[in-house]
Design a binder for this molecule. Structure first.
Ligand SMILES: Cc1cc2nc3c(=O)[nH]c(=O)nc-3n(C[C@H](O)[C@H](O)[C@H](O)COP(=O)(O)O)c2cc1C
Length: 357
């Protein structure tokens, strides 16, 4: 297994995945317009290079809430990874560790949080879906703290599990949905719950699923250390904007009071560079992470991360910057997309000329 491009990784993932699992990894909600707009928003941005700037020494390192990261991206939380590869979240944690990245574990993946914590010494964060009352949260966060997780992300864009119609048509649900309890707790979340979680956790807190500046500012004022701009990869609210559109006003409104992270359709080094130039501090990788795990487990994901890292370096060299801090709006311009946007449109050489349904 020696992948030179993410094209090969996606094609291998498709070969290795059962149809229903593939639909789960790739699908969005309802019309899938939010998911497609994530790509479209990125495709509508062109990069503006400078030349003759001695780019022989590139530095891609940064920090995430004070934790070192060799690259300006992290592995976004993903549920049910055990159906994608046998080691599940532990495989993702290992690949993150090997690349010097921070891993964010989903509270809905396997193996158990203690096992994933023990899989590598790399710094990890935990993402919680609130599924119970204060006692339930206290018990869970006690275990999260005990296992050594360094920060807590609260996902708040799932007040209702959306209609993922690819899954509905296949008559299939991921393990995280089977016998799911506490659906009301997710619908009942409010700012008081967020404050209560902050009190119980008493460590760095991240609000995941933010789409508007008003909420971002409120979260920063409520003590969030990072605002995680996300529409769940277009898997929750349909008919939304792409995150490359929602990100800049949020970054502007927060004005340095909290870190700004973003995800949604980021599958290329150039996408990540665009996000940083738009005001993000870090970028989360969702679907591509799962495709790489399906292609080759931890090793497949390590190779995928290596390909993204190389793309970032090439992009920075060709843009004429040597550090991430130099990136800004001066490197960006509005542009027409070159073709229809979909979850694989950044990979035009896939078999069958594109989308692998
Ligand atoms: C298969 C799958 C499972 C996911 N599970 C979770 C989850 O458990 N918790 C969460 O906060 N977000 C979850 N997400 C959303 C991701 O964290 C992230 O926001 C999204 O995937 C980013 O978009 P992208 O897939 O286009 O990169 C999941 C996404 C996918 C594709």
């Amino acid at each position: 297994m020696d992948f030179r491009t993410n094209h090969e990784i996606i094609a291998a993932a498709r070969r290795n995945s059962d149809g229903a699992v593939w639909d789960y990894l790739c699908g969005g909600s309802e019309s899938e317009s939010t998911m497609r707009r994530n790509r479209l928003a990125l495709d509508c941005i062109a990069l503006r290079p400078r030349v003759l700037r001695d780019v022989s020494g590139i530095d891609t390192a940064t920090t995430m809430l004070g934790l070192h990261s060799a690259l300006p991206f992290f592995l976004a939380p993903m549920a049910s990874l055990q159906i994608v590869c046998a080691e599940g979240g532990a495989a993702a944690a290992k690949a993150a560790h090997d690349a010097g990245l921070v891993y964010m574990m989903s509270g809905h993946t396997q193996p158990d949080l203690a096992e994933i914590a023990a899989a590598t010494p790399a710094p990890k964060m935990y993402q919680i879906y609130v599924r119970g009352d204060r006692g339930w949260i206290e018990e869970l966060l006690g275990r999260v703290r005990e296992a050594g997780y360094r920060a807590l992300a609260v996902t708040v864009d799932t007040a209702h599990y959306s209609n993922r119609e690819r899954q509905m048509l296949a008559g299939w649900e991921p393990p995280s949905r089977r016998n799911a309890t506490g659906r009301n707790a997710l619908a009942e979340l409010d700012w008081d719950t967020f404050a209560m979680i902050g009190e119980i956790w008493s460590g760095p807190l991240i609000l995941k699923g933010v789409g508007r500046p008003e909420d971002a500012v409120r979260a920063a004022e409520a003590g969030a250390a990072a605002i995680y701009v996300s529409n769940h990869g277009g898997r929750q609210l349909d008919a939304g904007h792409g995150t490359a559109v929602t990100l800049p006003p949020i970054a502007e409104a927060v004005a340095g009071r909290a870190e700004i992270w973003v995800d949604g359709g980021f599958v290329r080094g150039t996408d990540i560079v665009k996000a940083l130039a738009l005001g993000a501090d870090m970028v989360g990788i969702g679907k591509l992470q799962a495709w790489a795990l399906a292609a080759g487990g931890a090793e497949g994901l390590s190779q995928c991360i290596g390909i993204l890292a190389e793309e970032i370096r090439i992009c920075m060299e060709l843009l004429g910057v040597t550090s991430l801090a130099e990136l800004g709006p001066q490197h960006l311009a509005k542009a027409r997309p070159v073709g229809p946007a979909h979850e694989m449109s950044a990979f035009p050489h896939l078999p069958k000329g594109g989308r692998l349904v």
